[in-house]
Design a protein around this ligand. Structure first.
Ligand code: CO
Length: 301
């Protein structure tokens, strides 16, 4: 495995000090994975046991479960399932608990970041039968087709609630390191006209069209391009990270190429952090792309 050129990708913040909140933000923005040996927010044992018990009761929760805090909406659990209400409560509490912690641990973002979706991932990541663009075990940066960010960043907080098995990731160099190198080798970028034509056609027939900026188009294209590119997958410097049972971590998944290689039973909460809240905005993907003239300059959001 090749080493990450700019040192270790992971920073152990298990013994954190809330006075260091701006430094936590800076490390994340520069592409570090912040690691906690134990879940740093309230998460009751009873909730964890309920989620894990799903394996004993068969495949009632056979796929990933998502939760939308703003609407208190749970997806991926059968409407008639007797466990639905409990699941909804657990996800609601998890989301609130993570948010409370992040508002202190990353205090510069408090009141500015937007709470996005949460998820419970009960499936074993290794050997899942998914199409290339959906595969989690290929290095990629995150971009949400239905939720354009217009340059705001995607921060994700994870907890491995598996009692005995670690979750294994590969991570690559941060955006401000890998993207300029990639662009030197190959001119990549979306052929904007196709996306625009499709969006135009969709709007004509009345389909909802996400209001994507050139940045969003670029990031969606990059997500797919990285997964398709065998040379990048094989040769880009990367590091294997193993998140032990009971640990938690946070990372900007729009900037750090990541791949989930194996593991089962993870919880995750996503936050959208606007550009104006960033403490080190010069390394934000949108800024890197604007500085390289790969996307036009946008009004900061
Ligand atoms: Co991802």
């Amino acid at each position: 495995m090749a080493a990450v050129s700019s040192g270790s990708a992971i920073v152990d913040v298990s013994r954190f000090d809330l006075k260091q909140a701006p430094w936590h933000c800076d490390q994340l923005e520069r592409g570090k994975v912040l690691f906690f040996s134990h879940v740093p927010f309230d998460f009751p044992d009873a909730d964890r046991e309920f989620l894990l018990s799903q394996k004993q009761t068969g495949s009632r929760f056979h796929k990933n479960i998502s939760y939308r805090p703003a609407k208190d909406l749970l997806k991926g659990v059968d409407e008639n399932s007797p466990d639905r209400e409990r699941m909804n409560t657990i996800m609601r509490d998890f989301s609130a608990s993570v948010t409370k912690f992040v508002s202190q641990f990353l205090a510069p973002y408090a009141g500015k970041m937007k709470l996005d979706f949460a998820s419970f991932r009960p499936l074993e990541e290794q050997g899942r039968d998914l199409s290339l663009h959906k595969r989690n075990d290929l290095l990629h940066v995150d971009a949400f087709p239905s939720r354009p960010t217009h340059g705001a960043r995607i921060l994700r907080v994870f907890a491995n609630i598996n009692p005995s098995v670690g979750r294994v990731w590969n991570v690559g160099e941060p955006f401000h390191d890998f993207l300029p190198k990639l662009m030197q080798k190959k001119k990549i970028g979306p052929s904007n006209s196709l996306g625009r034509t499709l969006a135009h056609m969709a709007s004509k027939i009345g389909l909802p069209v996400p209001d994507r900026s050139p940045y969003d188009e670029f990031m969606l294209y990059l997500h797919d391009w990285l997964k398709e590119n065998a040379d990048f997958q094989k040769n880009t410097p990367k590091q294997e990270l193993i998140f032990p049972p009971g640990s938690a971590w946070m990372v900007y998944t729009d900037g750090v190429p990541h791949a989930a290689m194996s593991g089962q039973y993870a919880l995750e909460q996503t936050f959208i952090v606007p550009r104006k809240a960033l403490v080190t905005p010069q390394v934000a993907p949108c800024q890197v792309l604007e500085d390289g003239n790969y996307v036009p300059r946008a009004r900061a959001v």
